[in-house]
Design a protein. Structure first.
Length: 264
């Protein structure tokens, strides 16, 4: 029995160490600009550029990417069909199907934006000053707002209204269908810019949108399924090598430079 166990360990190690590059598919949110987004069928964004550079440098692995709505991304990880996904916040306390996490890639901030008329009543305190309002959110972003906000929603004190994209939610905001919108700060800025360029948003409408508060700032990671039943035997080796490359990129300021390229 001891000989068999040793043989299995040697076999698995050899598969990681000496085989041709393993192709690893990473699930990504298909609508999270400028971090990850589709443009005329091409996958682009800050995180995609980071992952491409990691893939070029990691030994033993080649990264490929599968874009999908965030709800589907989470489900594929939950049932163990997919290996890893980008970009979750840390959810060790409630997404029990995700483990381990990589080291952090960068930080994101969540803000609440409201129409100017809604803020005629001062609302400095999130979320208690927003009781009685309709708050928009992107579908699947079930961590946004924080526990106190979610409690108000459960009690019916705040109405939560979800749509798939930041673009859709900004339109609902300026068209008076919701009172405020919780969104990623940089994604909101990027989307407003592109909507102005396309004519989907007028400057007059843009001027009615006011950032009311920063709700939270969180690190983002690559998260891995823990429901694969050993299917992804190379997981720990991949995490170690991925972390090493991300650490070097952060240390050298490379990720910040990639970020800056999107806001020239």
């Amino acid at each position: 029995m001891k000989f068999i166990l040793i043989s299995i360990v040697i076999f698995l190690f050899s598969r990681v160490s000496f085989a041709e590059n393993i192709e690893v598919n990473i699930l990504v949110n298909d609508s999270h600009p400028p971090y990850v987004y589709l443009e005329q069928g091409d996958l682009k964004g800050i995180y995609i550029e980071v992952l491409k550079r990691v893939s070029e440098r990691m030994s033993g692995y080649t990264l490929t990417y599968y874009p999908a709505p965030w709800q589907r991304v989470k489900k594929l990880i939950e049932v163990g069909k997919s290996f890893a996904f980008v970009p979750p916040y840390y959810h060790g306390h409630d997404w029990h199907y995700v483990w381990p996490y990589s080291i952090s890639i960068m930080d994101e901030s969540v803000v609440v934006l409201c129409r100017q008329d809604v803020l005629n009543t001062p609302r400095p305190n999130w979320p208690k000053d927003y009781v009685g309002l309709i708050i928009a959110n992107n579908s699947g972003y079930d961590g946004f707002g924080g526990p106190a906000f979610r409690k108000f929603v459960k009690e019916g004190a705040i109405t939560l209204a979800e749509a798939k994209t930041t673009h859709q939610n900004l339109l609902r905001l300026v068209r008076n269908r919701v009172d405020c919108y919780m969104g990623n700060q940089i994604s909101v800025e990027w989307t407003i810019k592109t909507m102005l360029e396309s004519g989907d948003l007028t400057m007059t409408e843009k001027e009615t949108i006011v950032e009311a508060a920063v709700i939270s700032t969180d690190a983002v990671y690559m998260g891995f399924t823990n429901r694969d039943q050993g299917k992804f035997y190379y997981k720990l080796d991949f995490v170690k090598k991925f972390n090493n490359e991300i650490y070097k990129m952060k240390k050298q300021g490379e990720i910040l430079r990639i970020y800056a390229e999107y806001f020239k």
